[in-house]
Design a protein around this ligand. Structure first.
Ligand SMILES: [Zn+2]
Length: 187
């Protein structure tokens, strides 16, 4: 369908906002015709979610790198490594959320009906968020294991120290007994 020059801007009015009556122009965004002001806003909102998209796309593989080929958590020697990994997950999840929110805001503003491409992209990002959450679950379980292990080691150390003390006090008793015996002989 060929739009005429008199077609108004197609920006979707926000709550309590009146429809834009400025003439819409074709800026090379498919069927979408916008006035100059809203074309500028289109660019700004696109740039905002693109920036988050780039960051999320960089961070997500870092989260997946915590898993081996069979989807199990890579070895992490201490709770500090686990904590650092949890921070990466946290930031990645938040960045995905920012991309989703940015895309939703953009879509609401310029498309009266949700299109399939948008729907699929949001579903894809939500799936990535779920994967990040699954890694978080594994990391929390690993941290719990490491804390338990540390606790068990501390108990073992204390027990070992206890054995040493018993041993030392046995020597002491023996020494006292020998001395006592010697004294008795001398008496
Ligand atoms: Zn407009």
């Amino acid at each position: 369908m060929q739009a005429t020059t008199s077609d108004p801007c197609q920006v979707v009015p926000a709550n309590a906002e009146r429809e834009c009556t400025n003439p819409g122009r074709d800026w090379g965004q498919g069927q979408l015709r916008l006035c100059k002001t809203h074309h500028k806003q289109y660019g700004q909102l696109t740039a905002a979610y693109h920036a988050h998209q780039i960051e999320a796309a960089t961070m997500y593989p870092q989260v997946m790198a915590f898993l081996d080929d069979s989807g199990h958590l890579m070895p992490m020697p201490g709770t500090r490594e686990v904590d650092n990994a949890l921070k990466v997950c946290d930031r990645t999840f938040a960045m995905l959320e920012k991309e989703i929110n940015g895309r939703e805001a953009h879509h609401r503003r310029f498309f009266p009906q949700m299109n399939n491409g948008h729907r699929m992209r949001i579903a894809f990002l939500r799936e990535q968020q779920e994967n990040v959450q699954a890694v978080v679950g594994m990391l929390v379980a690993r941290k719990r294991e490491l804390i338990e292990l540390e606790r068990a080691r501390a108990v073992a150390r204390r027990d070992q120290a206890g054995v040493v003390n018993l041993h030392e006090s046995a020597i002491n008793c023996w020494t006292i007994f020998v001395i006592a015996l010697r004294l008795r002989r001398q008496a």
